[in-house]
Design a protein around this ligand. Structure first.
Ligand SMILES: N[C@@H](CCC(=O)N[C@@H](CS)C(=O)NCC(=O)O)C(=O)O
Ligand code: FES
Length: 168
């Protein structure tokens, strides 16, 4: 199960090799910005064997996975696309704000799994994406993260989160 999870939970650092190998194969306009397709036929991260499943292991539900995500990752974002290639302007904005703080950013692409998308909505009782959790607390979407950034509240909230170790 650990392998299944690690292949679908995108850490910003582990995304870099895929980005370097040229993942953008097409693009189109979403109503809130440029939308990328990031299909990578030979990338093991995108193989269907590594997609989150409703039951990844007997007794493990998507709700369990979301709970584990927010418990184990100080900054967790459920978004459209991945941090290096957001597929919606709202998700892109949230990532841009969070990257400003140089904290480890963990993300799941809800476009890849409609059941995960529904599980996240049910967990937070929030209807839209992105959805950001910091230190286990549900924060909100792009409007809220931007307003916390502007007020200084986000800096305070992230104060005790260790900064990312740069791999390059
Ligand atoms: N103002 C919202 C914008 C987010 C939003 O409206 N997201 C829409 C469009 S990407 C959404 O997630 N709709 C529900 C869905 O796609 O399931 C925020 O602060 O995050
Ligand atoms: S506004 Fe179109 S996908 Fe987010």
């Amino acid at each position: 199960m650990a392998r299944l999870l690690s292949n679908t939970l995108f850490k910003s650092i582990s995304l870099l090799p895929a980005a370097r190998s040229g993942t953008i194969v097409s693009g189109s306009f979403c109503h809130n910005g440029f939308q990328f397709s990031t299909t990578v036929p030979n990338d093991p991260d995108t193989h269907e064997d590594f997609q989150p499943n409703n039951k990844v292991e007997s007794g493990t539900s998507l709700k369990d996975i979301v709970e584990q995500d927010v418990r184990e990752n100080p900054v967790m974002i459920y978004m459209k696309g991945v941090p290096d290639f957001p597929q919606c302007g709202f998700s892109a904005l949230a990532v841009r704000v969070l990257k400003h703080y140089n904290v480890p950013l963990s993300a799941r692409n809800i476009l890849e799994n409609p059941e995960l998308k529904n599980a996240v909505k049910a967990f937070s009782t929030w209807p839209t994406f992105p959805q950001i959790f910091i230190k286990g607390d549900f924060i909100g979407g792009s409007d809220i993260i931007m307003s916390m950034h502007q007020s200084g509240e986000l800096k305070e909230k992230l104060q005790d989160v260790p900064v990312s170790q740069k791999s390059e």
